[in-house]
Ligand binder design. Structure first.
Ligand code: GLU
Length: 500
């Protein structure tokens, strides 16, 4: 089995296209087949290398590595259509020679007039076949004299083109509704239907799995396989991903690209797993499964014919699962961009800083919905200013409680004389000593401690936060972690301000 994902690099990777890529990948992995990545960049005005790079990066981020294609190579390259122009030219010439294709000299204006006239007469507009019967020698002479021409496929008349779609079952088109499609434009560039067949044919693609928006192209492509005398692949057309209003998911619904969901803080494992659940189910009550297990269970025959709605709440549910389930190193790698953005880390990030992040991030990740919320949870580690904290009413209120100032003074004195609170046990021991010295307990003890050590009245558990603060305070700024004020210094700053 050989399958391909063939994006046009004209923007970010849409989640609907990512789902198409995923289904191709699942199919290939299920069957031990080959997954090809081909870039369809013949639309020179809209295609960019930046978009190609972003698509490639997003596919890798999702974990959908390909076996052949751009950046990977393979025996059927090149895998960028703009580098295959000579191949298309040669194949167009072959079809001209076998009379399956012909030159058409109709001007755009003439075609437009004819189109309008057909619409006015209530007919489906299609090319009327004006140039079909121009003598090939005559047409060739006109082309060599410099006359502008396109190459069209000679569609056989009065035929049904039928194929057995692996998702939708039998699909049939009558050739009367298909005007002879353009294969090569007057500037020499191949049209989509032509390039795709030449490529899928030469790349020996056995299964074409793509969006339903291409279904009306399929009869044209089947006629091209016939013209070349090539066996056609099997086709599977996937229903498009819809927004909540059942219209195709688009900008007006909000985020649509993999990049946007990535920037919102969704994990690749969650997005990939969730995309597989749109219109397919790996099994009753067993939706959250790793990609290799999804691949083991994948079967195109069980993919729904009807459109699936993109449900961000369900994606968030999957995300919470993967935030808890992912290993520490993977979480750190995925969180780094969000920390960089807030200057909480700067490159190069040392191994010591990574070790710190591996300790701190997993427990935080268990209580957020998305990675983008993690910097907020770490805010109190990196930002500390006793004076501005004291200027805030809730903080003053907390420290005005009976006995609170004694706790602050005792904590300041205790931390000045003890090693940094780099683990939970040390923190608990320090709290116990302050308790003994002041007689404060419960909230009367821990509320002032929280205020003094974090500058906030609430936040993540002190058992997590305090060791995080003090182990970061031991790292040098060269570690790549932004400098952190230790608990000792924090307590001293509060004690000083309250004394004056
Ligand atoms: N370049 C086409 C697209 O992005 C590929 C269609 C196909 O898979 O044949 O829609």
């Amino acid at each position: 089995m050989r399958v391909r994902f063939a994006p046009s690099p004209t923007g970010q990777l849409h989640v609907g296209n990512a789902r198409t890529a995923l289904f191709n990948w699942l199919l290939a992995r299920h069957a031990g087949g080959t997954f090809i990545l081909r870039i369809e960049d013949t639309d020179a005005a809209r295609s960019t290398r930046a978009s190609e790079a972003a698509i490639v990066d997003d596919l890798r981020w999702l974990g959908l590595e390909w076996d052949e294609g751009v950046e990977k190579g393979g025996a059927h390259g090149p895998y960028r259509q703009s580098e295959r122009l000579a191949i298309y030219r040669q194949h167009a010439e072959a079809l001209l020679a076998s009379r399956h294709a012909y030159y058409c000299f109709c001007s755009a204006e003439k075609l437009e007039r004819e189109r309008k006239a057909m619409l006015d007469a209530g007919l489906p507009p299609r090319y009327p076949g004006t140039c079909r019967d121009i003598e090939p020698a005559n047409a060739a002479a006109r082309v060599s004299s410099g006359e502008a021409a396109v190459v069209r496929l000679r569609v056989p008349l009065e035929r049904d083109v039928v194929f057995d779609d692996m998702v939708r079952g039998l699909v049939s088109f009558h050739t009367d509704v298909i005007g002879d499609p353009v294969l090569v434009r007057s500037d020499g560039m191949p049209a989509y239907n032509f390039a795709v067949v030449v490529d899928d044919g030469l790349m020996e693609v056995t299964h074409v799995v793509r969006g339903e928006d291409h279904i009306s192209n399929t009869p044209r492509q089947l006629l091209l396989y016939e013209a070349f005398g090539w066996p056609p692949p099997r086709f599977a057309h996937l229903a498009l991903v819809m927004g909540p209003d059942h219209a195709p998911l688009s900008k007006r619904h909000g985020a649509t690209s993999v990049r946007e969901f990535r920037e919102k803080g969704y994990l690749p494992a969650a997005l990939a797993n969730y995309l597989a659940l749109i219109g397919w189910s790996p099994g009753e009550g067993e939706e959250l499964l790793p990609l290799d297990e999804l691949a083991r269970r994948f079967d195109l025959a069980t993919v729904a014919h009807s459109a699936g709605v993109f449900d961000e709440d369900k994606l968030a549910w999957a995300n919470r699962h993967y935030l808890k389930a992912s290993d520490a190193s993977a979480l750190v790698a995925l969180t780094l961009p969000f920390l960089r953005e807030r200057s909480m880390v700067v490159d190069p990030v040392s191994d010591l800083a990574r070790d710190w992040l591996r300790q701190v991030i997993p427990p935080m990740a268990g209580s957020v919905d998305r990675l983008s919320e993690i910097p907020e949870r770490l805010h109190t580690v990196f930002t500390f200013d006793a004076a501005s904290a004291l200027a805030r009413e809730p903080i003053r209120h907390e420290l005005d409680q009976p006995g609170a100032r004694r706790v602050v003074t005792a904590l300041g004195a205790d931390l000045a004389a003890s090693p940094r609170l780099t683990d939970r046990e040390r923190f608990r021991a320090a709290a116990a000593r302050v308790k003994e010295k002041t007689g404060a307990k419960g909230g009367a003890l821990f509320h002032p401690i929280r205020v003094v050590l974090t500058g906030e009245t609430q936040g993540p558990e002190l058992d997590l936060l305090v060791p995080a603060i003090d182990s970061a305070a031991e790292l040098s700024p060269a570690s790549g972690l932004q400098a952190v004020t230790g608990c000792r210094e924090r307590a001293a700053a509060f004690a000083n301000l309250l004394r004056t």
